[in-house]
Design a protein around this ligand. Sequence first.
Ligand code: 26Y
Length: 820
Amino acid sequence: ENIERFISSPTTVESFKSEFCRQLRYEQGVDLVDARTEDLYQALARTVRSAMVDGWIATQASHRAAKAKTVAYLSAEFLMGPQLENALLSTALTEVARTALAELELDLDELTAYETEPGLGNGGLGRLAACFIDSLAAKSIPAIGYGIRYEYGIFRQTFVDGRQVEQPDRWLVKGSPWELAQPENSVTVNFGGHTEQYTDETGAPRTRWVPAEQVLAVPYNYMVPGFETRNVNTLRLWSAKATDAFDLQIFNSGDYESAVRRQTVAENISKVLYPEDSTPQGKELRLKQQYFFVAASLRDYLDTVLRDDDLSTLPERVVFQLNDTHPVIGVPELMRILLDERGLGWDEAWDITRRTFNYTCHTLLPEALEVWSVDLLGRLLPRHLEIIYRINEDFLGLVRETYPGDELRVRRMSIIQERPERAVRMAFLATVGSTKVNGVAALHSQLLADKVLDDFSALWPEKFTNVTNGVTPRRFMRLSNPGLSGLLDEAIGTGWTNDLAQLAKLEPFADDASFRAEFRAVKQANKERFVRLLAQRDGIELPADALYDVMVKRLHEYKRQMLKLLHVVTLYDRVLKGEVKASDLQPRVVVFGAKAAPGYKMAKEIIHLINRVAAVVNNAPELEGRLRIAFPANYNVTLAERLIPAADLSEQISLAGKEASGTGNMKFALNGALTIGTDDGANVEIRQLVGDENFFLFGMDEPAVQALEDRGYNPTSYYEVDAGLRGAIDLISSGLFSDGDRTAFEFVISDLLYKDRFMVLADYRSYVDTQDRVEVAYRDEDAWTRSAILNVARTGFFTSDRSIQDYLDRIWHAPAKPIA
Ligand code: 26Y
């Protein structure tokens, strides 16, 4: 009855050692003396995984018994980062593991460093999902993350002659020790075909979908342990597999090739993560991915959790959170299930559906809003298209009723766009189909309601809300910055790790000279650690004694890596022109990390330009080594965890009104970097909290950007009047960075001079002047350190624990259920 009598989880040094050796021998099939690092890592990871299983099983049983309301976070991306350290922290087994391994003459840190992270996300949105499931678990909220187990994650970036070259990310070749496959819980997902009308037993007219294609969705479970709770939640990622049914039919007819082709087509669905993160391409395979994981997830929840319960109570049992529009096909899918499979009437089905979904928007750029052509959607999901039409019909009826005679508004608000082609506007469908719509920072939510979805917020003002993003302090402080964590533990106790508001207690320490010295020593040690890592990882040699100026994020024009580069070139140009003596320069290491979407030409050109400028600047004798650019390839979570704690200056320089929130900005501030930033995204809130004197604000604010746009923006005029700007641009155009080739970077430079959609030139002067102030400020060690400490003390608000509490209070209303 109670199998715990026969087994036990490896929570002591002895039992940990024993389970580790068992794993090594009986699962890896090697002896300790022959074990390679790979074997040791696998055995260690599985040992730690087994330590989470009891809590995981107990959590599921308890939530099922209590019929607890569950948060189901639907996300096409979960950018989890390395798992081992986090699992050890959450199970409080770090020291047990360290000792057990040491007794076997093995080193925990070496095995931790060996791990390759699963890159199942592009950037901010995927990493946010990972922080959120961590916080949900830490707060003992019944929650499940649903997504896709991509066989290939975000590409591995390499540079060849300074240009980005993408390599496939084969993260699964050696198998993942963290997953538990459950093929027995596979579900079928349908595609294509047509719909039919028929009359049921009661004589009522009904519709059914007759699909043409089936794919199996195989669940892989990942345990999500919570910090200082026994609760262990689930992340369920779906993998596509061909169904036997199809294969057999064709195999029997002797056509092996097409049987195999069919299988390939089916399994392609979860093959690869799309590396675009702002320009949706309308690709059929992407829509298939979206429907695939959403249909599997809804089916899974309804069948395995809800089982035979009455679906009318669905909104009390689950809340489906849509992480952007990627999973919004779930809205018509739930309608289809309720109408066609469960026989509910339209009004009841719609009421249940609308009360079950909520939508988080992560963008403001119009080109980033997903739109699916009616043609494609109708071919792949004919029944869903019918349902969307009906949703739209009812919705436009409401609009006409509310605004009689306002046909212009009706056209603006229609879920179906007519031009340039008939297509479904997914953000509108998400808004109509949800109870709450939220943006991800105060400014963003404001602009969302006032600009992007203004007609909708006029119709339903109470539907719109804000939840400012946050990041997990477990991974991005406790694990990544042990030096700072130790200092905080001593100064304010250990409670901050899951109650980050306690960082406020640090405030008085900013005025304590000996604390400042310790804080500075930690920062210096972090720089040294990062320098060692880069030497080893990339062969990049850097001085540790410099201002570390860091810009890491996806490469996008709106984020303005070009502005940062123009600053660097300006510093160089000043020295070349003799305006500044190299010996007067504040030694500075500028670190870039950025992947470009493979098809985004401008982004790739900018990467090339950064690398070419780096090659010259880093070897320029005139600079005496005082200005260095480091652009390590393949920026990812693993590198972020080492880099962020080493940073002095955080670059958050997007054009105001374009960055929805940013989350890197929060990680830097929490690790004691000062921000140079525009009034954009969550920078606004960071600055309000840390105070103007501890933040380097520059550039236009959003209304100023709007006003300039309205007056007509002419970038050339800035080039003409500003000698510093002219100097930097002319230096690039001179061929100095391209072996004398004056046209090498024309694509970038002529865009800046004649288009400059994101107003780099308009903000240049303000940016460079502010950087000059940074340089002066950094020289005052005490004042700088004081500001850095105050940044830590005042940014506890940005924990994802607080974001999750806001979601709970404003949107989810799901109580915590800590298990015994
Ligand atoms: C549809 C497809 C092309 C697509 C794929 C990924 C579209 C968007 C994305 C990812 C978007 C993203 O990462 N957005 C970022 O979300 C963060 C978390 O809310 C924000 O902090 C950040 O400002 C925003 O750019």
